[in-house]
Each structure stands twice: as structure tokens, then as C-alpha cells.
Design a protein around this ligand. Structure first.
Ligand code: ADP
Ligand code: ASP
Ligand code: MG
Length: 415
């Protein structure tokens, strides 16, 4: 029998009614003859609420204790979903990350999966059970409970799918696939039928929340297809890209095509003069020690510029104090910027796209504080207050077909 892994996000299990609907969808999948493994996120905004509770107790909550706290969210959902499936006559059993064999490194709050030993899951599947797994969590080789970073239930699902040799992994959410931009921000965003692993990974790293970047990494390594779909959608048919997005290895599209626009507001920008106390061999270990995880690092001519994600940084106050104490004015931390990116293979074959994007942002008065490029991405650092507007401008510039002339956006001023 083929194994199917389904992951249901927080909004899909936000209340009891929704949990029941998920249980019914799982039962329909089972009825088709598949072995079913379900990975669940915490209900609704539970993870945010638990984090806020911790922050009320301490401005700099300890990371190990945060993991003990945050893993409870997914544990609630796994048990409730298993109860709901059993109530419908299904034979379900729930497992924590640790019980299902998700082994991680020994980092807390943003641990990485190093191995999956799904023996218990396989045993229960062999007994005909539907296995429900708490997403976003694992156990370190030191037997400590860990979490995988925000959005980490996607990673659990894909890593489990890879370890079980699943036919595919469905990521079910409130949105019916990956769009050319966040549909909440850009009403004209379009669903993308087919994406390569690389395109999806870049979109996720640039801030598109719908799929977690590390999850895509696992899918790519194992060659597992990811179906990003709406929980409310029917089960995937013969052509799963007709009502969702399929992420898989496939023939490249025309090189230089921009596939999507993504943004990230929760970033910190570090500027450092690499001199005196702030030598690189002091600075980089200090960043690691304070759990600052990098997005982009640029070092040149005695200066370092570095963009860090704030998503899994829960002791920012303590970190900033430590940097002030150790490096003084040599390290400047800016927290008012956001990153807006366009993604696509080969989009930097010339400087044309950088110029078009910069021109379009300038045309609406959005100042650009920095630009970074890779072979798949162009990122503009801009004022955090104008990020949604910038996403719409870039989407209009690179993705939307020209509308009727009177509705066209102003032509970008190409520098
Ligand atoms: P879940 O709780 O199911 O994991 P998430 O909130 O993590 O869901 O991700 C789904 C959300 O991602 C959507 O509601 C949407 O607003 C947002 N999103 C951001 N970028 C994109 C994109 N490019 N395509 C689709 N959704 C996106
Ligand atoms: N509950 C976790 C979060 O909110 C993990 C997830 O939803 O994927 O980040
Ligand atoms: Mg998510």
C-alpha cells in the first residue's frame, strides 16, 4: 500500500469543528486504500500565545524551557485529532516528535533534524493504524525535547515522508497553494501550478510563509513531491496541479522568469566595522553564541553587513545588550528595515531586473537601503513600514501582465 503524509496547519485545526473536518478528510484518504500519516500544527495561534506567555514571565526566556513549553501546542492537536478520527470509526494513534523518531541536533528553538527513525510509525502502519504526529518537534541525541523553528511542522511532514518513502506529502493550509505573492497582500496574485524545489526554497527563505524552507530541502534531497493545497480542497486527483501547487523536480521554465515576490519584515540588519575588538574571529562566534541566524552576510573593505531573521530569536534584548557591551559603536543594529525579494532562476543574467525593480520602487518614493543578489534572487532592503506597498509594486512590475494602458503603473525610472 502506498504511504501518504498529510500536514494540517494551525488554521486548519483552529477549533473543534475544523478538527472534525480534518478527521473526515483523513478518513476519506484512508478509504482510498492509502496508509496515512498525519502531521498536525498547534491549534490556531497557540504557538504565538505560548510565546507571549513566556515573554510575560521573562523578557529573555530560556530556550530549553521555551521548547518544553512550545511543544505542548502540537501535543494538544495530535491527541484531539486522534480522538476525532477514532470517533469517526478510524483506528488512530498519536505520537510526539520524539516517539515518532525525529532526532535533531542539540539546538533549542531552531533545531535541525539530523535523522528520522520511524520504527514505531512503521509498526503502527503495519497494524493498519492511522498515525498522527505532533509537528514542529523532535528529540536531540542528548534526549532533550527540541523544536524546529517557526513553521517547522512542514519540516516534520516532509522529513517523515522522506523516511517512509511516501508517495507524496500534502501540505494542507488555509491557502490553496503557493502564489506569486502573499494573496493577503496582493489581491491579483496567481496560484503557481508547478514549482521547482529551488524556486520554492528561495521563495520560502525570502519570507513566503506557505512552505517552510527546510522542508523543501528535505523534499529535494529525497525527491519527494510536495502538494501544497487547501484543507478544504478535495483529495489530489490525477493532476494535483489543477487545484494546488506541486513542488517537484521538473523541466526548467524560460530562464530569467520571475516566479514570485516575497517579503520579510522580521529582520535585523547588522553593520560592523571589522577592526579592533570587532575582528571577524570575535564577531562571528558572538553571533552564534547569541543565536543570531544569518540570512545574508557580506564582508568587504573592512566592513560587515549582515541580515538576520528575528523569527526564532527570543532573547533579543539580552543579545543587543551583549553586543553593546562587547563591541560598543563598532556594531550597529538596525531594526526598522524589511527585505523584499523577487525570485526566479537566472533573473540576474544582466542587471536589467535590479534596475527595473529599483526604478519601480523609486517611482513610488520607496527608498532602498541596500540590495543583495544571488543567481535566484534579488532582495531590496527598505523601510519596514512600506513593505506591503513594495510587494505590490514589484508584483505589478514583474508578474502582472500589462493591464489596459490607462490602468498601467507608472513606467519605472531606469537609472
Ligand atoms: P499553516 O498554519 O497552514 O502552516 P501559514 O500561516 O504558515 O499556514 O502559511 C499560510 C499563509 O502563508 C497564507 O495564509 C498566506 O497569507 C501566507 N503566504 C505568504 N506568502 C504566500 C505565497 N507566496 N503563497 C501563498 N500563501 C502565502
Ligand atoms: N506551531 C508552530 C508555529 O506556529 C509550527 C507550525 O505551525 O508549523 O510556528
Ligand atoms: Mg506554516
Amino acid at each position: 500500500m502506498s504511504i501518504v503524509v498529510q500536514k494540517y496547519g494551525g488554521s486548519s485545526v483552529a477549533d473543534v469543528k475544523k478538527l472534525r473536518q480534518v478527521a473526515e478528510r483523513v478518513m476519506r484518504t484512508r478509504a482510498l486504500g492509502h496508509d496515512v500519516v498525519v502531521v498536525v500544527s498547534a491549534m490556531g495561534d497557540t504557538t504565538d500565545e505560548l510565546l507571549s506567555l513566556a515573554k510575560q514571565v521573562s523578557a529573555n526566556p530560556d530556550r530549553r524551557e521555551l521548547d518544553m513549553l512550545l511543544t505542548t501546542g502540537e501535543r494538544i492537536s495530535m491527541a484531539l485529532l486522534s480522538i476525532a478520527i477514532r470517533d469517526l470509526g478510524g483506528d488512530a494513534i498519536s505520537f510526539t516528535g520524539s516517539q515518532s523518531g525525529i532526532i535533531t541536533n542539540d539546538r533549542h528553538v531552531d533545531a535541525r533534524i539530523i535523522e528520522v527513525r520511524p520504527v514505531r510509525v512503521q509498526d503502527e502502519l503495519a497494524r493498519g493504524k492511522i498515525v498522527v504526529i505532533a509537528g514542529y518537534q523532535g528529540v536531540s541525541y542528548r534526549r532533550e525535547v527540541t523544536t524546529l523553528g517557526r513553521g517547522g511542522s512542514d519540516t516534520t511532514a516532509v522529513a517523515m515522508a522522506a523516511a517512509l518513502g511516501a508517495e507524496y506529502c500534502e501540505i494542507c493550509s488555509d491557502v490553496d497553494g503557493v502564489y506569486t505573492a502573499d494573496p493577503r497582500v496582493v489581491p491579483d496574485a496567481r496560484r503557481i501550478d508547478d514549482l521547482s524545489y529551488e524556486e520554492t526554497q528561495e521563495l520560502a527563505e525570502a519570507g513566503a510563509k506557505v512552505l517552510n524552507a527546510q522542508a523543501v530541502e528535505f523534499a529535494k534531497e529525497a525527491g519527494i513531491a510536495i502538494y501544497a493545497r487547501a484543507t478544504a480542497a478535495p483529495l489530489p486527483g490525477a493532476d494535483p496541479s489543477s487545484d494546488g501547487t506541486v513542488v517537484r523536480k521538473h523541466a526548467a521554465r524560460v530562464p530569467g522568469t520571475v516566479v514570485g515576490v516575497a517579503s520579510e519584515r522580521d529582520v535585523l540588519m547588522f553593520h560592523a566595522e571589522i577592526d579592533g575588538a570587532a575582528q571577524l574571529d570575535a564577531l562571528l562566534p558572538f553571533l552564534d553564541e547569541h543565536h543570531v541566524t544569518g540570512k545574508q552576510l557580506h564582508i568587504s573593505d573592512g566592513r560587515m553587513a549582515f541580515v538576520a531573521s528575528r523569527e526564532n530569536l527570543h532573547e533579543e534584548g539580552r543579545m543587543r545588550e551583549a553586543f553593546r557591551g562587547r563591541f560598543g559603536e563598532q556594531v550597529r543594529i538596525v531594526d526598522t528595515l524589511a527585505a523584499v525579494s523577487i525570485v526566479g532562476a537566472g533573473i540576474n543574467a544582466s542587471f536589467q531586473n535590479v534596475r527595473r525593480g529599483s526604478g519601480a520602487l523609486a517611482a513610488v518614493g520607496i527608498a532602498v537601503d541596500g540590495i543583495a543578489t544571488s543567481s535566484f534572487r534579488i532582495t531590496w532592503m527598505i523601510d519596514g513600514g512600506r513593505v506591503e506597498e513594495a510587494v505590490r509594486v514589484l508584483h505589478r512590475t514583474f508578474i502582472e501582465p500589462p493591464a489596459v494602458p490607462s490602468l498601467q503603473s507608472p513606467s519605472p525610472q531606469v537609472p
